[in-house]
Write a protein that binds this ligand. Sequence first.
Ligand SMILES: [Zn+2]
Length: 164
Amino acid sequence: MALPESKPARFPQPGDHIYCRRKNGLYDHHGIYVGDDMVIHLQGKAKKLGPLPACHKCGDKRVENGEIAKVCINCFLQGETVQIYDYGVPFSEFENRKRGTCSVLRSKPPHEVISAATGFLEGNGFGPYNMIFNNCEHFAMYCKTGKADSHQIEMNFVAVCVCM
Ligand SMILES: [Zn+2]
């Protein structure tokens, strides 16, 4: 029997950690929904946003700082369904859920999550983030909780996202 994927999708609220499938479910890609249809995420070195066709929705607002970028939710999802990463779930529930979909850690208030993600994007003295974050899940979780942790890596349940 397959483990439950996640709770039914709701529309993300600003400050939510969201994720979606990449490569037909080979791995998941994660980011922080910051409102106004925009998402801040950690993208891989290999794939910068440059070559993408200009998006009429986020093209003007698309911001990039190293590997951290702000794109619209449609560009983030690339046609996949948005999923919400849950925080503060009871350990008994956490144990039964698929890894990389939820955490027992508590989320910071949404405005703190958004300001953490925005701070990284704008490079406000957060230091060399590439030393802190190995992948997109690390980045999103750090914005949510102040702790960098990736179940994709820890549990080896899913391939590590290459952040495309
Ligand atoms: Zn876009």
